[in-house]
Design a protein around this ligand. Structure first.
Ligand SMILES: [Zn+2]
Length: 160
């Protein structure tokens, strides 16, 4: 009986220790997967923007700027984005009150908009103070922390 009680306690201690190690690892892996899906979304937005520019020979004159740009591409004929695929929602933390979780290119100033940045997560998508993903006109997606200069630039050069 005594040996059995010790065995039971040891088993509980080992199981608890294993849970303490594996739960954060699984949570971290799930978060990494969601950040990667978010990056794929932004890459799709960049491809749709490229298709739009090829269609019209560049420029944002035909559609809205900011987040409205992505929404306009879903209404474009033929549609350049399919919103039903969840491409407009950040998988890390979708904010239900928004039609899209992504900022779009800002309206051009002096005939051109951002020479590098075309889209970004809205602030808070990846948690308070954690930055988010940004995408360049070349289709490159980078995950940046909120204190990173690229994130601050994305906040300046893209609009909600
Ligand atoms: Zn995101």
């Amino acid at each position: 009986m005594r040996w059995t009680l010790r065995t039971l306690i040891a088993a509980i201690v080992i199981a608890t220790a294993l849970l303490c190690v594996t739960v954060p690892m699984v949570t971290h892996a799930q978060r990494k997967g969601r950040v990667a899906r978010c990056a794929a979304n932004l890459h799709s937005l960049s491809s749709a923007q490229e298709a739009y520019e090829a269609f019209y020979g560049g420029g944002l004159d035909e559609v809205e700027s900011g987040s409205g740009y992505w929404l306009a591409l879903t209404r474009h004929q033929p549609p350049l984005l399919d919103a039903s695929t969840g491409v407009l929602q950040c998988p890390v933390r979708h904010q239900a009150d928004r039609a899209t979780d992504y900022r779009g290119p800002a309206r051009p100033w002096g005939g051109h908009y951002s020479d590098e940045l075309v889209g970004a997560d809205c602030p808070g998508n990846h948690g308070p103070g954690r930055g988010g993903n940004i995408v360049s006109v070349y289709g490159e997606v980078v995950a940046v922390g909120e204190d990173h200069r690229l994130w601050r630039r994305a906040e300046d050069e893209t609009q909600p």
